[in-house]
Design a protein around this ligand. Structure first.
Ligand code: FAD
Length: 351
């Protein structure tokens, strides 16, 4: 049985193209699912050193929101965000919502000074975006401006196992393994997709990648239903399915993975100023993750010389503090880049 490779007009045998996706965070699994579902001619193996619940993605508060990346055209960012929003929205309104850990959530983002741009590019993608009224802002005396809207929240400790199930259903295979160099994979795979987040600093020697430490507390406060985020990214309260996540910290080049009691006190103090009832709430547990910081995510392909041949490598990493929000959108671009690689493989002699 054979099928046509997209656009190149050359014939591949069924499942001839071996694709390795490295990384089992929200970026790796989203990308692996996209490829396995869209390209049946590929046999996809996801390899990673760590899986849920031990990835950075598992620590993410998981609010679907955006910042502007300086090196990416705004239209592309908009597409990434919209793609992710629509994807999470559809799951939130399907019977899979509890298993996938996706829910709608309403709340506000508050500013100490009014921003220059009152209508960010994502404002017509989230639901019901509007400036907060003076009456609403009254409870935040140190803040002068606010945006009220409804978005989604994705709890990765549920979402990653759900994605893994979907990936396996599409024929994907999973292997727990540390990859010390992409060369290690060049004999066994035709295309390599790098979704290693912070790991890309060493795996592909990208000096732009830097850890940004984040600590969060999970609170037992079921009476809180609305999120509050200070736009500086340092203080936020996100009610979720099982607990309320409060944060945070943004410590650049700080690799400590243990809970810092000083940070915990500071987070509780800052969040309680915004939501005083948190002083009465019990801390359920705390966690720390290292965001894969980069000026902008790297979503591109290159040909890398490995043992006498050029191996196509697709990169999808460096999402910083917004990897959950942009995971589905950037993985669509990664899929398109894999499609482009498929056109080049026969020219490189395999078939
Ligand atoms: P990771 O989850 O770190 O996964 C990387 C994978 O690559 C792992 O499986 C790892 O084992 C593997 N790997 C790395 N190197 C190698 C190697 N050499 N060999 C084999 N495997 C390797 N984002 C949002 O959108 N909204 C939020 O509200 C939000 N809140 C956050 C709060 C905190 C406290 C933190 C820390 C982050 C938050 N984020 C949020 C950001 C989000 O968590 C990250 O952007 C996202 O998790 C990055 O995903 P990733 O798959 O690239 O990386």
């Amino acid at each position: 049985m054979s099928s046509k490779a997209p656009r190149c007009g050359l014939t591949f045998r069924m499942k001839t193209v071996r694709v390795a996706v490295v990384g089992a965070g929200v970026i790796g699994f989203s990308t692996a699912v996209r490829i396995a579902e869209a390209l049946p001619i590929c046999s996809v193996t996801l390899l990673a050193e760590k899986f849920s619940p031990d990835t950075t993605s598992d620590v993410a508060a998981g609010i679907v929101l955006a910042q502007e990346f300086p090196d990416i055209p705004l239209e592309r960012q908009r597409r990434w965000f919209k793609d992710g929003f629509d994807h999470f929205f559809a799951i939130a309104h399907s019977e899979d919502a509890p298993e996938a850990g996706i829910m709608m959530c309403s709340g506000c983002q508050i500013f100490r000074e009014a921003p220059a741009n009152m209508k960010p590019y994502w404002s017509d993608i989230v639901i019901g975006y509007r400036p907060m009224t003076d009456r609403e802002l009254k409870r935040f005396p140190n803040h002068k401006f606010g945006q009220a809207f409804t978005t989604l929240k994705c709890e990765c400790s549920s979402y990653l196992p759900w994605l893994e199930k979907r990936f396996r259903k599409a024929g994907g295979r999973v292997e727990q393994r540390r990859v010390n160099s992409l060369q290690e994979l060049s004999n066994d795979f035709d295309i390599i997709v790098n979704c290693t987040g912070l790991g890309s600093k060493t795996l592909v020697g990208d000096d732009q990648v830097q850890p940004i430490r984040g600590q969060v507390l999970k609170m037992d406060a079921p009476w809180l239903k609305h999120f509050i985020r200070d736009v500086d990214g340092m203080t936020y309260i996100y009610p979720g399915i099982h607990s309320v996540t409060i944060g945070g910290t943004r410590q650049v080049e700080d690799m400590r993975l243990h809970v810092d009691e000083g940070d915990s006190r500071s987070i509780l103090e800052r969040c309680s100023r915004l939501e005083p009832s948190l002083r009465k709430a019990k801390v359920l547990y705390q966690s720390v993750g290292l965001r894969p910081g980069r000026r902008s995510p790297r979503v591109e392909r290159e040909l890398v010389q490995m043992g006498g041949r050029q191996v196509p490598v697709v990169h999808n990493y460096g999402h910083g503090g917004w990897g959950v929000s942009f995971s589905w959108g950037t993985s669509m671009d990664a899929l398109e880049l894999v499609r482009q690689c498929l056109q080049e493989i026969p020219l490189q002699a395999k078939l």
